[in-house]
Design a protein around this ligand. Structure first.
Ligand code: TYD
Ligand code: MG
Length: 454
């Protein structure tokens, strides 16, 4: 039998059998450390036989009521959870340091506490006085949230067992320290052990646990990736530093739809809910200019309109720049290649910049056509028609593919005062959105109709 791997990448959690300077899995440098195995493994060759106790089995048909959910009243937060907090669930909230995770969870815990849930907030990063100060700034001092500043996992679990709260927030998982693991806090072994203890505690005692996890690029602190498969729900809190908008995104949810987003705005008094994100994302829009296109997207269960901005300029470099913010760089390369190969519009020798306005990140292929429109509009210095939204997927052949929920996209656009949509033929538009829809089969006819033969 091969020797068990004992080297772990601190950035991505990949196991290696020997040390090397660079992790082959994630490409991080100097991130691999040796780790002691958690247990020596089973003593005998096989498990089973007589030593175990038989487990109770039940049928699939066993009737069970849907889990009663607790709502915090913070609509954007509840929706991302899939309609409220499920008892005994484990939730990971990941995000860059300083993005607002502690603020969000203190506000959420206070809202749950005001609804009658017993909430405990354990901070391993800040002293209780600091958390209280923040609470005062957020106007939450009257909420019956119990605080603790502790990092010793054994003490925390003992406390939770005695207090039996409905919700425990652990901020952050990287600061927790299990005394039965010989590793520094923040290492993959500690993060994994602490998460495992806390999630199994949640299941055993019916306590919902929220784990806060920092994501860092340099690999110094174990990313919460190793925790993702242990918890029921993984939420990411994202946003650009310079922007006020924060987006809470469900990337995994055993109790609701993944890809759901909640939109918040960071204000002097904490995070404020943004009930109508389209209006917010478009509010910064200046007069329609070449390179600017409004994409009618769907995020989770909700239509969201965002502005895409492109800039195309002659490049002084041998290898022109391709700079993307909020959209996939590989997907941009593909669209540039399709434009060149299928429509004959080259981008060689041109720098290309593409931004999603407002700090939003889009992963839907439905944005392809809007991206192509923004690129062409910037390259030709021709604005797309005003009051127009664009959506549709582009295939490698240059054909336009219909996308889901076309009707919802149109309705949202109409609500915000748009009159025309450009979309792939064959989409299901439904009845009575009141929008004028221009449908096209492929990129060639799109370029011809919108930009006059390219
Ligand atoms: P924080 O919740 O501490 O981030 P994290 O826990 O993810 O590291 O948020 C820190 C940032 O939020 C900080 O830069 C200040 C800003 N902030 C506000 O703008 N308004 C507020 O009311 C609060 C509490 C924080
Ligand atoms: Mg924090």
């Amino acid at each position: 039998m091969a020797k068990a791997p004992s080297f772990t990448c601190q950035a991505c959690g990949a196991s290696h059998t020997k040390w090397s300077g660079r992790c082959e899995a994630c490409g991080a440098w100097n991130s691999i450390v040796e780790e002691k195995p958690l247990s020596a493994g089973p003593a005998s060759k096989t498990l089973g036989g007589r030593r175990g106790t038989p487990v109770m089995l039940t049928d699939l048909a066993t009737e069970e009521a849907p889990p009663p959910r607790a709502r915090s009243g913070v609509e954007e937060f509840d929706r991302v959870l899939g309609g409220g907090l499920v008892p005994a669930s484990a939730i990971l909230v990941g995000g860059d340091p300083g993005i607002g995770k502690s603020t969000l969870l203190l506000q959420a815990a206070a809202s749950f506490a005001r609804k009658g849930l017993k909430c405990i907030y354990v901070s391993g990063e800040e002293a209780s006085a600091q958390v209280r100060m923040r609470a005062a700034r957020l106007g939450l001092t009257d909420a019956p949230v119990r605080l603790a500043a502790e990092t010793n996992l054994r003490d925390i679990l003992t406390t939770l067992e005695a207090e039996k709260p409905d919700l425990a927030v652990i901020d952050s998982i990287q600061t927790m320290w299990a005394d039965n693991v010989e590793s520094a806090p923040g290492s993959v072994a500690q993060v994994r052990a602490a998460s495992h203890e806390l999630t199994s505690f949640a299941k055993r005692h019916g306590v919902s646990v929220v784990l806060v996890g920092h994501v860092t690029k340099d690999g110094q602190i174990a990313g919460p990736r190793v925790v993702e498969h242990m918890v029921d729900t993984v939420l990411y809190f994202e946003g650009e530093r310079g922007h006020q908008f924060r987006i809470l995104r469900a990337v995994k949810n055993r109790f609701g739809p993944a890809d759901e987003i909640g939109v918040f705005e960071m204000t002097g008094g904490g995070l404020a809910e943004v009930a109508n994100p389209s209006a917010l994302f478009l509010s910064e829009r200046e007069k329609p200019a070449p390179g600017s296109v409004v994409f009618a997207g769907i995020e989770g269960t909700r239509p969201v309109l965002v502005e895409l901005q492109a800039l195309v300029a002659p490049s002084p470099l041998a290898q022109p720049r391709r700079s993307v913010l909020g959209w996939d760089a590989g997907r941009l390369a593909m669209i540039l290649a399709v434009l060149e190969a299928r429509v004959g519009i080259p981008f060689a020798g041109l720098d290309v910049y593409l931004n999603v306005a407002g700090g939003m990140k889009i992963s839907e292929p439905a944005a392809d056509l809007a991206v192509a429109a923004a690129l062409l509009s910037a390259r030709e210095d021709v604005g797309v028609p005003p009051e127009t939204v664009v959506f549709g997927e582009i295939s490698l052949s240059g054909a336009l593919r219909p996308v889901s929920q076309a009707e919802n996209r149109l309705k949202e656009a109409q609500k915000l005062g748009f009159t025309t949509a450009i979309a792939p033929a064959g989409s299901k538009f439904g009845e009575g959105s009141g929008m004028r829809v221009r449908t096209m089969d492929d990129l060639v006819s799109f370029v011809g109709e919108v930009f006059g033969a390219g």
